[in-house]
Each structure stands twice: as structure tokens, then as C-alpha cells.
Design a protein around this ligand. Structure first.
Ligand SMILES: Cc1ncc(COP(=O)(O)O)c(CN[C@@H]2CONC2=O)c1O
Length: 409
């Protein structure tokens, strides 16, 4: 694979030129949100400047243009992830709302006492808390597939839990804390064998690697625009059409109905049935532009670049001798991030020192508190990479560790 032209890529991100206290920002917090390239910003500005209008096919030129752009953004995303068509692509606010849509529209209607909701110990709160609460409301049980000491899923335990009592299997594709790349196709096949619904959280996968929902064969797959060089305020729930047709919406309003009377209402066609009210129109334009921008580079090249940076960061941090790194060895089982702790230094103190060096990392529980309890640490520091990051930026992160040791260790 041809290596990325980082220089040319970085020119599309003016934010990366910013300086604080005379030091150029080193942005290593991409698992939280990625930066937005000029073509995406320009596409959204162009929408607001030239064809802003409400959608749902108003009878005037501007609404027609906006409606077509909004509808076609669904087609673009469908093509990007290998969905059958726009009917299988629902725009939400973010991954969290996508997970909630499945839990409320399908879970509340289908789960019964004695059903098992199978999660993993590394789930993000977006799926963990959501399914946990829906299970409480329906009397279903929740079980968690164990994570082993190397941060990988215990697949023997998965096979034990995903039996005929399993009603849902909800798992993260790439862990935002460990970096672990989970065998999602295997998990969805197990779920399918036992007629359990499969829901995959792809927030850290779609932005960083090729994803084909047909190959994974999950019933639902969720991700966010802001983690893939797109805008905040838009996420995607992919769902198999036959399932979405059967499900009732859980958010009601205009745009999602077919017929409304004082007595009752009927629902519109897919995907609009699950998109009530005025949708994120500019964000959909931005998301489609982000998909174009990513595909221009190539998802395989992005994956290779991030794996190379994760390997480099892992090796540099491991060589320090007092750094505990969580998750698998570098390689195909690890995505483009490294979470770690420095002996004797609290993660929040470390991030603060990093910030003195204008290195932006994330410190905390990364919305995976149960996982941190299992790791036996209150927090971790996470460096996460994207298309515009370089080895030199990782060197700056490592160089700042000494300051932290002198101050806190
Ligand atoms: C694996 C995973 N699932 C779900 C979410 C929720 O996405 P939205 O916030 O777009 O709904 C995130 C966000 N990642 C968090 C956000 O900040 N830092 C993180 O690691 C995530 O990493």
C-alpha cells in the first residue's frame, strides 16, 4: 500500500497549525473526535450559503435541492458500508442514539423475563448502559463476555453465553479503550445460530478501516460522523431492512408518518420512519463529503497508517519500563489507539502535563467504567491516531513523560 502523503493531508486541517504557548498542537485524541478537513467544512458552508432549506420535498427549488442532498447522503453512506440501500441507513444524532433506537424500538417490544442480553466487558456506556437499563425494564438478564488479560474477548465464554436463551448480542467492533479489534463476524454468526439479534458498535471501526456490513452480517451496526472526519450531530444506524420494516418507531413527529388522524397514525417508509422532525441536513451533507474524502485516501491505507502508529506508540511506551499498556500486542488485533498508565502518575495529572506540552490526549474512563474497574485502575491515558498524525507527534508525547515523572512519580 502506498503510504499516506501526511503533508498534503495536514494542509486540509488548519486547526493542526494552531499553537498554544508557542508550541504547535499535537492532536492525539481522535477516538474522542476527529478533526474536520476543509472539503467537509466547505460542503456544509456551501449548503448553508446556497441551498439551505427544510427537507421532505417542499414545493420549491431550494427544498428540492436540500431534500435530494439529504436523501442522497443516505445512499452515499449505504454504499460506503455495503448496505443494500438508503432504506437500511437511518441518520441519528450519534452512535449513542443509534444504540438507543435499537434498544427502545426492538428491545422494549421483544425482550422478556428470562431472555439474555449478551454484552462484553469492554462495551462503551452507549451500549452497556442502554441495554442494561432496557434489560431492567423488561426483566431480561445481562451477561458480559469476559475480556482476558491481553484485552481480547474470551470466545469460549462467548460461545457459552450465546445459546438459545440469548436474545441480543451487542458488542463493540473496536474498543475505544483497549484498541482491541473484536471478531464481530464470528459473534454475529453465533447470535444468528441462536436466533439472537446482533448489534455492533462501529464507532471506532468505520472511521478507521474498511467495514462491510454484508460481510459482518450484523442485524444492526452503529457509528458517528464526528469520528470519521465528519461533523458532530449526525450518526448512523445501519439495520437489516426486514427488521426495520417490522419495528415501530420510538420517536414520533412530522416526517415519519404516512397518515395521522385524531385516533391514530400510520408510519412512513424507510428510512424516514425513524427520522422524526427536521433532521441534521447540513451534517448529512458534511457526512457525505467526509465519506468522499476518506474514500479518496482509501480505508485500507488509513487502517495501515493507524496500525503503524499504534505499533510505534506501543513500542516507544513499552520501552520506558514504567508504563502499563492495556490491550493486545500491536498488529491486526489492535486499532489505532493506545491506553496506558505511568507508574505513580494519575492519568489526569499525566494529561495535564501533556497539555503543558500541547499534546492532546484523553484521560479518564473513556465511558468504559466497568472495564476500568476490572483493570483495577480509576482511569487511563489514551493516545488515539488518525490520518494526519505522525511518528514525530508520538515522540513528543513520550518526551513529555519525564516531566510527569519528575513532578508526580
Ligand atoms: C466505541 C464507542 N462507542 C460509542 C461511542 C459514542 O459515540 P457518540 O459520542 O458519537 O455517541 C464512542 C465515543 N467515544 C468516546 C467519546 O469521547 N471519547 C471516547 O472514547 C465510542 O468510542
Amino acid at each position: 500500500l502506498e503510504p499516506l502523503d501526511i503533508g498534503a493531508i495536514r494542509e486540509e486541517f488548519p486547526i493542526l497549525e494552531r499553537e498554544f504557548d508557542g508550541q504547535q498542537v499535537v492532536y492525539l485524541d481522535n477516538a474522542a473526535t476527529t478533526q474536520t478537513p476543509d472539503p467537509v467544512v466547505d460542503a456544509m458552508s456551501d449548503y448553508y450559503r446556497r441551498y439551505n432549506s427544510n427537507v421532505h420535498r417542499g414545493i420549491h427549488h431550494l427544498s428540492q435541492e436540500a431534500s435530494i442532498a439529504y436523501e442522497e447522503a443516505h445512499d452515499r453512506v449505504a454504499e460506503f458500508i455495503g448496505a443494500e440501500g438508503r432504506e437500511e441507513v437511518i441518520f441519528t444524532k450519534n452512535t449513542t442514539e443509534a444504540e438507543n433506537l435499537v434498544a427502545y424500538s426492538w428491545g422494549l417490544a421483544e425482550l422478556e423475563p428470562g431472555d439474555r442480553v449478551v454484552l462484553t466487558e469492554m462495551e462503551h456506556h452507549a451500549s452497556l448502559v442502554t441495554w442494561q437499563q432496557i434489560a431492567h425494564q423488561t426483566g431480561a438478564d445481562v451477561e458480559y463476555i469476559r475480556v482476558d488479560e491481553r484485552g481480547r474477548l474470551d470466545m469460549d465464554h462467548a460461545r457459552e453465553l450465546i445459546d438459545d436463551d440469548a436474545a441480543v448480542v451487542s458488542a463493540v467492533h473496536v474498543s475505544n479503550t483497549l484498541g482491541t479489534v473484536n471478531p464481530v463476524a464470528e459473534l454475529t454468526a453465533l447470535a444468528d445460530e441462536h436466533d439472537a439479534l446482533s448489534v455492533i458498535d462501529g464507532a471506532q471501526a468505520v472511521p478507521n478501516r474498511p467495514v462491510d456490513v454484508g460481510e459482518i452480517d450484523a442485524d444492526f451496526y452503529a457509528f458517528s460522523g464526528h469520528k470519521m472526519a465528519g461533523p458532530t450531530g449526525i450518526g448512523v444506524l445501519y439495520g437489516k431492512q426486514e427488521l426495520l420494516e417490522e419495528m415501530d418507531p420510538y420517536l414520533y413527529g412530522g416526517g415519519m408518518i404516512r397518515k395521522v388522524t385524531f385516533d391514530d397514525s400510520t408510519w412512513g417508509e424507510l428510512p424516514w420512519k425513524f427520522e422524526p422532525g427536521t433532521p441534521p441536513i447540513a451534517e448529512a451533507v458534511g457526512l457525505a463529503a467526509a465519506v468522499d474524502w476518506l474514500e479518496e485516501i482509501g480505508m485500507e491505507r488509513i487502517q495501515a497508517h493507524e496500525e503503524e502508529l499504534a505499533r510505534y506508540a506501543y513500542e516507544q511506551l513499552d520501552a520506558e519500563g514504567d508504563v502499563e499498556i492495556y490491550g493486545p500486542e500491536p498488529g491486526p488485533d489492535r486499532g489505532g489507539l493506545v491506553s496506558f498508565n505511568v507508574e505513580g502518575v494519575h492519568a489526569h495529572d499525566l494529561a495535564s502535563i501533556m497539555n503543558d506540552h500541547t499534546v492532546a490526549v484523553r484521560a479518564g474512563d473513556h465511558c468504559t467504567q466497568p472495564l476500568h474497574d476490572k483493570l483495577g485502575v480509576p482511569a487511563s491515558t489514551r493516545a488515539s491516531f488518525y490520518v494526519y498524525n505522525t511518528r514525530e507527534e508520538i515522540d513528543k508525547l513520550v518526551a513529555a513523560l519525564d516531566d510527569a515523572r519528575q513532578l508526580f512519580a
